[in-house]
Design a protein around this ligand. Structure first.
Ligand code: C6P
Length: 412
C-alpha cells in the first residue's frame, strides 16, 4: 500500500514548501517540468562526488565507472520504452533536440521537392518548427490535421490526409494544452501503409503512460527527462535501428567517430554516432534513478491518482460560473492537464491571483500558438497535475479560482 504523504516526503522541494522556505505551496505546473525525488538528485550528485571523469574516453577506473553508469542508464531506458536494443536509444538534451535530430538528419535526407510532411494542430512548437524548416528547405508541403472540438484526432480524416507523397507524420502522443491522448498505434499503421515514417513527441506522455515503442510500432519517439521526475538537460530519442543506421550524424566532433583523416571520417556505430562531445553522464544517472522511482510507484497507481485529481479539478472548475475549460468534458481524456479561461480576465491575471494564493500554474500560449489560434484564443491558463499532487492542493486551486472574477473587479 503506497502512502502518498510518504512519497511526498521523498521530494525535498515539498518538504521545503511545507516549511515555507520556498513558494508557492501548491505546484500545479507539472507539464512544464516535474519535481524530482531525492533519489534522482542523489544519483546526479553521486556521479560527481564518486565517479567523475569524462565517460567513454579514459581507461582508468573513474572513467570506466562513469561510462558504466551512463551505459547502464541507456539499458534502463531501453527496457523503459521496450526498444529492441540499446543501439536505438540516443541521449540528447531534451525533446526539442531529439526532434531536431530527426528533422535535420532524417528529414533533410528523405524529404524531397513535392513531398509532404503531416503534423497535427496539437503540436508544441518543438514538433512543428523543425518540420517547417524541412519542408521550407526541400520545397515540400507541410500539411495539418485539425483536431475535433474535444481535441481528438479523427482517424478517417488523418487517413485521407496521408497520401503517397507523405514522407513523415509528426504527432504528439499527449497534447500539452488539452491533455488529449492520440491513437498513436493506429496513426502509425496508417502512416506505414503509405510508406511514411512516424515521429512521436512523447514529452507529455512518458510521465503518465506506459510506453512500448514496439507495440506502438513507431519509427521515432522523443522525450525529456525533466518532465518525468528526472533531471533537466537530458532527453532521449528512440529510433528504429535500420533508420538510424542510414542517417548521417546531426552533430559532429568528439566521440562520434571510429577514425578521422585530414579530409574525412568514419563514424562510430550506433548509438554513439549521434552523441557528439562529452555526454551528460550525471543527467543519465539521474534519469536512470527516475525510471527506478517510476517502476517502484507503478503507472497504475500514478494513473489512478491523476484521474482522481483531474476529475476533482475538472468538475470543480465546471461548477464555477464564467469558466471555459478546453478539450474533452471527460477527466480521463485530460492526462492531468486543465486549460481554461475566465470570462473578461486575462489568463496572466488569473495566474497572478493564483500566485497570490500560493498556487503555481502556467499562463500564455504554452508554445502551441497554432493550436490556440484554432481554439480561437491568444492565451489560456493551465493547471497540470501529477500523481503526487493532493486533494487539498486541488481544492485550494478551486477556492482561489472561484474568487478570480470578483478580485479582478468583475463581480461573481
Ligand atoms: N512543454 C510546457 O509547459 P523540452 O523543452 O524540449 O524538454 O520539451 C519541449 C516540448 C515538446 N513537446 C511537448 C508536447 C511539450 O509539452 C514540450 C514542453 C512545456 O508545456 C514547456 S514549453
Amino acid at each position: 500500500m503506497i502512502d502518498i504523504n510518504e512519497i511526498r516526503k521523498e521530494f525535498p522541494i515539498f518538504e521545503n514548501m511545507k516549511s515555507k522556505t520556498v513558494l508557492p505551496f501548491a505546484y500545479l505546473d507539472n507539464a512544464a517540468t516535474s519535481q524530482r525525488p531525492k533519489c534522482v538528485i542523489d544519483a546526479e550528485m553521486e556521479l560527481y562526488e564518486k565517479h567523475n571523469a569524462n565517460p567513454l574516453r579514459g581507461s582508468y577506473p573513474l572513467s570506466i565507472e562513469a561510462t558504466d553508469i551512463y551505459e547502464n542508464a541507456r539499458k534502463s531506458l531501453r527496457d523503459f520504452i521496450n526498444a529492441a536494443s540499446e543501439r536505438e536509444v540516443i541521449f540528447t538534451r531534451n525533446t526539442s533536440e531529439s526532434i531536431n535530430l530527426v528533422a535535420y538528419s532524417y528529414g533533410l535526407k528523405n524529404v524531397n521537392e513535392g513531398d509532404e510532411v503531416l503534423v497535427s494542430i496539437l503540436e508544441h512548437h518543438s514538433n512543428l518548427l523543425p518540420w517547417q524548416m524541412v519542408t521550407r528547405e526541400r520545397n515540400a508541403k507541410l500539411k495539418f490535421i485539425d483536431c475535433e472540438n474535444d481535441g481528438s484526432i479523427d482517424l478517417n480524416k488523418i487517413e485521407e490526409l496521408i497520401t503517397d507523397k507523405t514522407k513523415i507524420v509528426a504527432i504528439t502522443q499527449v497534447s500539452n494544452v488539452l491533455g488529449v491522448v492520440n491513437p498513436i498505434k493506429e496513426i502509425a499503421e496508417l502512416a506505414h501503409k503509405k510508406g511514411a515514417v512516424i515521429v512521436v513527441d512523447g514529452a507529455q506522455s512518458t510521465p503518465h503512460l506506459k510506453i512500448d515503442v514496439k507495440a506502438l510500432d513507431v519509427d521515432f519517439f522523443a522525450f525529456s527527462g525533466h518532465k518525468m521526475f528526472g533531471p533537466m538537460g537530458i532527453g532521449v530519442l528512440y529510433g528504429r535501428e535500420e533508420l538510424l543506421d542510414k542517417m548521417p550524424p546531426f552533430l559532429s566532433g568528439g566521440e562520434m567517430i571510429e577514425s578521422v583523416t585530414r579530409t574525412g571520417a568514419v563514424y562510430a556505430e550506433l548509438p554513439h554516432k549521434f552523441e557528439a562531445g562529452t555526454v551528460n553522464a550525471a543527467g543519465a544517472a539521474g534519469l536512470d534513478a527516475a525510471i527506478s522511482f517510476m517502476n517502484r510507484i507503478g503507472y497504475d497507481y500514478m494513473q489512478e491518482r491523476e484521474l482522481m485529481l483531474t476529475k476533482r479539478g475538472l468538475e470543480g472548475l465546471l461548477k464555477i460560473p464564467h469558466i471555459t475549460v478546453y478539450g474533452s468534458d471527460k477527466a480521463e481524456n485530460h492526462t492531468g492537464i486543465l486549460t481554461f479561461k475566465v470570462d473578461d480576465v486575462h489568463p496572466h491575471d488569473v495566474s497572478e491571483v493564483l500566485i497570490a494564493d500560493g498556487i503555481a500554474v502556467r499562463a500564455g500560449h504554452h508554445c502551441a500558438q497554432p493550436l490556440l489560434n484554432h481554439l480561437g484564443v491568444n492565451s489560456t491558463t493551465r493547471a497540470s497535475l501529477m500523481f503526487y499532487n493532493t486533494e487539498e492542493e486541488v481544492d485550494k486551486f478551486l477556492e482561489s479560482m472561484a474568487t478570480v472574477r470578483e478580485r479582478m473587479g468583475y463581480g461573481k
